[in-house]
Design a protein around this ligand. Structure first.
Ligand code: ARG
Length: 438
């Protein structure tokens, strides 16, 4: 077990199994970079308040920078014996510069650090997901352009409805994903990253010191968002996880959209529909049936929807009824958050490659577009334009469908049009006879 950030008031050693049960390093190491940012701002504030000297601040800062380098180049290996990422970084600084590290945590609480780190993570990841989404949206657009002149069957109730442009069909998904992108961008732009809440009520390290520290820090780290602010209401800052719930909500809707796309593409690639050929590189086979080409990528997207919804429900449930302010229950917000972010990023990373390689089975589509029913609505509309009331036109075309179907279940638009024309003609004659006999 590594050194802990607490312990003075305890006489007994922590139970080993309980320690394992309560530690979070195995997942919160993902916040390492943001936790270093917190420490950097914090020590500048400590220096401004003359709690540590300029020299001490420099030594602390460069130790932190060393760890940050490792995080950035992928060589940071957190010890699984640490309780959490905050402890791990504290111990890492101590390893580098000795007892001066003990000043790092002056007037600070992990409750403030974790809220800062998670807000930062959400902001950065929302931005990353936005970028991934842009690539998916443009891959849909290029597939649509590739088949610009092509039509497919449009469905309602999974029943053949009307002929539609393939490009128009794909645009539906582009619209859904663009809405998700806008939500992410609003979320990410309005998310404020707070610092200085202490455990719950703030500390004597006040607004001025922190504001100056934030300004100094942002000068050297322009990559950071400008929305780092001194805690407005520290009680709220350490209690609030709304921003995670909000992100998980946006991701749930996004996942639902991906799942609908996946379901459509699975359906359209079946022998029964046979509109799409899916790229082989993203399909798998069967160990028993030699002929199988299974759409596993799309099935897994559809399947992961359960996980992504579950992650949102898990956090909503964890937060329900929590007394103010921070409670350890809230540590459990991380796995659902990381899980949804990772799932969505992986899906979005693969999707553009997959979408670009989808091919339309032009012959099957051409044949399926011969079906007369697809044009029934347009035929009714033609009569409306010639003055027939819509209800009447609807009825005539309906009867014409019944008649045509009796002769041949696969009738064409021309057959239907002809049947409707002769029905209407007969009816006109009948009306004339009735009129004359009166
Ligand atoms: N691991 C904790 C979490 O993720 C960090 C905050 C711990 N605070 C505390 N007072 N034990 O929520």
């Amino acid at each position: 077990m590594a050194k802990k950030l607490w312990g003075g008031r305890f006489k007994k050693k922590i139970d080993k199994e309980f320690f394992e049960f309560q530690k979070s390093i195995q997942y919160d190491y993902k916040l390492a970079k943001y936790d270093i940012y917190h420490s950097m701002i914090h020590i500048i504030a400590l220096k401004k308040a003359h709690i540590i000297s300029a020299n001490e601040s420099e030594r602390l800062y460069s130790a932190l920078k060393g760890i940050l380098e490792k995080i950035k180049n992928g060589t940071f290996k957190p010890s699984l014996y640490s309780e959490d990422i905050h402890t791990e970084i504290q111990n890492g600084v101590e390893k580098k510069i000795g007892s001066l590290a003990l000043k790092l945590h002056t007037l600070r609480s992990r409750n403030d650090q974790i809220a800062f780190d998670e807000r930062f993570y959400c902001k950065v990841e929302a931005r990353n997901i936005e970028n991934f989404l842009s690539a998916v949206i443009s891959s849909l657009e290029s597939l649509g352009n590739h088949y610009k002149k092509y039509s497919i069957i449009g469905y309602t109730h999974t029943q053949r409805a009307q002929r539609i442009y393939f490009k128009h069909y794909l645009q539906t998904f582009q619209f859904m994903l663009t809405r998700d992108k806008e939500k992410l961008s609003n979320f990410e732009r309005s998310l404020v990253i707070y610092i200085g809440a202490g455990a719950l009520k703030g500390t004597s390290l006040n607004r001025n010191y922190y504001n100056k520290a934030i300004n100094d820090f942002l000068k050297f780290h322009p990559v950071l968002s400008k929305e780092v602010k001194f805690s407005e209401n520290p009680l709220d800052n350490v209690s609030d996880r709304d921003f995670i719930i909000e992100l998980l909500t946006i991701l749930s809707t996004l996942q639902m959209h991906l799942s609908r796309l996946a379901e459509d593409f699975i359906l359209y690639s079946t022998k029964e529909f046979n509109f799409f050929s899916l790229p082989e590189e993203f399909c798998t086979g069967s160990s028993l049936m030699p002929h199988k080409k299974n759409p596993d990528f799309l099935e897994l997207i559809r399947g992961y929807t359960g996980r992504v919804y579950g992650n949102l429900i898990a956090l909503l449930t964890t937060m329900k009824g929590l007394p103010l302010t921070y409670n350890r229950d809230m540590q459990l917000d991380k796995e659902p958050l990381f899980s949804s972010v990772d799932i969505i990023k992986e899906e979005l990373k693969i999707l553009p490659k997959f979408i670009k390689k989808i091919r339309l089975n032009e012959d099957t589509i051409e044949k399926s577009l011969q079906e007369g029913n697809l044009y029934a609505t347009e035929i009714a509309e033609q009569y409306v334009r010639k003055g027939t009331p819509f209800k009447k036109a609807h009825d005539i075309v309906g009867k014409a469908i019944r008649q045509s179907e009796k002769k041949n279940p696969f009738f064409t638009a021309e057959t239907l049009q002809e049947a409707a024309r002769s029905l209407l003609e007969k009816e006109k004659q009948r009306n004339r006879v009735v009129h004359l006999s009166k």
